[in-house]
Structures are given as structure tokens and as C-alpha cells.
Ligand binder design. Sequence first.
Ligand SMILES: Nc1nc2c(ncn2[C@@H]2O[C@H](COP(=O)(O)OP(=O)(O)OP(=O)(O)O)[C@@H](O)[C@H]2O)c(=O)[nH]1
Ligand SMILES: [Mg+2]
Length: 379
Amino acid sequence: MAFKWFKKKKDDVAPPAETDAASVDAGLPEEAAAEAPVAAHTREEDITAAEAADESGTDSVPAGEDSSSDVQALSENGGSGLFARLKSGLSKTRKILTTDIDELFLGKKIVDDDMIEDLEELLITADMGVQTTMDIMERISGKRSRISGAGELKRVLKEEILAYFDTVPDAPSDSAIQPHVVMVVGVNGVGKTTTIGKLAAHQSRRGKKVLIAAADTFRAAAIEQVAIWAERAGADIVRHKDNADPAAVAYDGIEAAISRGVDTVFVDTAGRLHTKVNLMEEIKKIQRTLAKRLPDAPHEVLLVLDATTGQNALSQAKMFNDALGVTGIALTKLDGTAKGGIVISICSSLNIPLKYIGVGEGMEDLQIFDPQQFVEALF
Ligand SMILES: Nc1nc2c(ncn2[C@@H]2O[C@H](COP(=O)(O)OP(=O)(O)OP(=O)(O)O)[C@@H](O)[C@H]2O)c(=O)[nH]1
Ligand SMILES: [Mg+2]
């Protein structure tokens, strides 16, 4: 089976829509964007700019490009570089699940109680979480009479891990609705903006018209950061000044997207601790505001989790899900010091689809999560 990749294909990136509006910064060169002062302006200016863009009839969709669904598009891409990166990111976990399991069997032919205990410890070390580990161990114990060596144990373990992925529901598809609105949320520094940049670039390459609403008005430099990603991705951006009401930016983003005939809107939100009630109320307000302009929006709430945070990711997911109804998860930084067991823990404990995994900081370092290939990389 081919791995599902984002592939770097710079030349294919569709140009951003050309407007004279201060609200659209997609045309800035990278260096200029990095140094440019924030073009502070009001909500009215953004809407006017959107209308002007619409009247000018600009369209960033290159002729002849396929505009089929995102998931389909990703499955067509292939490449061994990202698989290698994922494999190398998962090397610690792979050692636990291969070498360490081999060692368990040294001098033994059957699975005894000591071995069960040692295996339990190994799975917890791999970040599978206590509950998931107990669950897996119970199933393995039931099959222990059939397990006669390390190879067989690994095969059973693989089977059990794959079974978790089958129970997770499918993520919503974006093909029917325009604009398709994706609100991206998560705690600080997990990779929300980077993930938006990667997804926006991918969609642009597919010939889709993309707009990013810079609704992180809280962190200094957040707007410039997302503007650089928009420029790289060939996406439009709607932005207000620092400390503006993020819900107003989100609203204007949809307003502009509707008038410009945009296919996909990504709403970049500020990082927030899932335990801070006022910040969670603020993000609920952003969600409600989106629905005021476009009923059913946001069509997706994408929660970004940092794989290196381990089991804390689960409590983040639970609280964001309670507040917003998360439709999918992007798990970033699997190329780093993360233990791969967190993927299994997320899929077994949460009834939320794991949609994407991030394996690096670059534009192309994101892939649709493929359970089969993930397990191949693990063992
Ligand atoms: N190694 C690695 N780094 C990543 C990945 N995704 C994001 N990063 C890095 O993580 C850091 C934070 O990324 P951002 O996209 O700014 O995170 P954010 O969630 O938008 O942060 P805030 O807006 O401050 O909450 C940056 O240095 C990214 O390059 C990944 O998959 N792998
Ligand atoms: Mg950000």
C-alpha cells in the first residue's frame, strides 16, 4: 500500500488572489512579510476588500487542476522520505516493541506471568497509557497459549493495535460544502499554525482556493507568522490588528471567503490551556460566531496535539472536545522525541478520528494518518 504523503511541489502552488486590499497579505515575499509591520485595519476594511476582490473576478484556481476531495488527493501522493522520517521518529518505540520484546523471550519458550508483567511495563514505557495497556494485556493473556515466540507475540500485538484503529469513526469530508470551514484549536505551541500552513499549501496545489483567518490576535507576531505561511501556501489571509476580537476576525474570514468563492477557510486560533475556563469560553464564542455567518460552520474542528506531551494530550482532547465537539485530530512532532504509543492511546481512548500526523516543520511534512503504515513503521 502506498503511504499517503504531502509532496513538495513548489511550482504547482496556485498564486494568491490578487486584491489591492490591506487585508490580503498573501503577496508579501517571505522576508518582507517577516519584517513588515502588521497592517492594522478594521473589520469594515476587510469586508470592503473582500468585495473588491470579488468584483475584480480574481480566481486562484489554475485551469485543469483537479479539485476532488482532500483525502483522495492525499492518497495519490507518495514518497519514501516522510516514511523514513516517521520511522526514525518512532525508533525508540520500535526498539521497545522489537528488541525489548525479543529479549523477553530469551531462554523462554512460553509466555509466563513474569513475561506478561514485563510486557505491560514495556507498553507503558512506549506511552500507550495505563488503560490501553491493561486492555491490550488482557487480550494477549487470553491468547498466550498460542504464542510460542517473540515473532508470534509481535504479530498478535500488531493485530491488537490495528483493531483499535478500526473502531474510530471517519472524519468529515470536505467535498460538498463551500466554503468548507476548518477551525484549528489546541494548547500553546502544539503546531496549529504550521499545520494550517501545510494543509493550505496542499489544498492550493490541488487547485483549491484557500483563505486563512488570522484569529490568533493574542500572541505577538502570530499574525506575521500566519501571513508568511499564507504567502508560501498561495492562500489569502484576513487579518486584523493585534488584540482585536478573534471572533470578529473569524467572522470576516467567512464573509470574505463567501464573497470571493473560496473553497476552504482555515481559522487559526490562539493557543490556550484547556483548563482555563475564560479562554475556553472565548473559543466557544469564535465557534458560535462562525455559525452566525454560515450555518453549520465550522464544518471541522481540528484539534492539534503535540505527540511529545504524552498522556497529557488525552486530557487536552477531552476538554476541547467537551467545549467544541472536535471532529478530527492532527498529531504533530512524531519526528521528535515522541513515543509512538500515544497514537494508539489516542485512538483507543477517544472516539475522535486521528486525521493527520506531522513529521517535521516543513511544508510537506504532514500526512494523512494511515494505521496500517503506522504499524509498519512501529515494528
Ligand atoms: N519537529 C516538528 N516540529 C513541528 C511540527 N509541527 C510544528 N512544529 C514546530 O512547532 C513549533 C510551534 O509551531 P506553531 O505552528 O507555531 O504552533 P502553534 O500551535 O500555532 O503555537 P501558538 O500559536 O503559539 O499556540 C514551531 O517551531 C514549528 O515549526 C512537527 O510535526 N514536527
Ligand atoms: Mg499559532
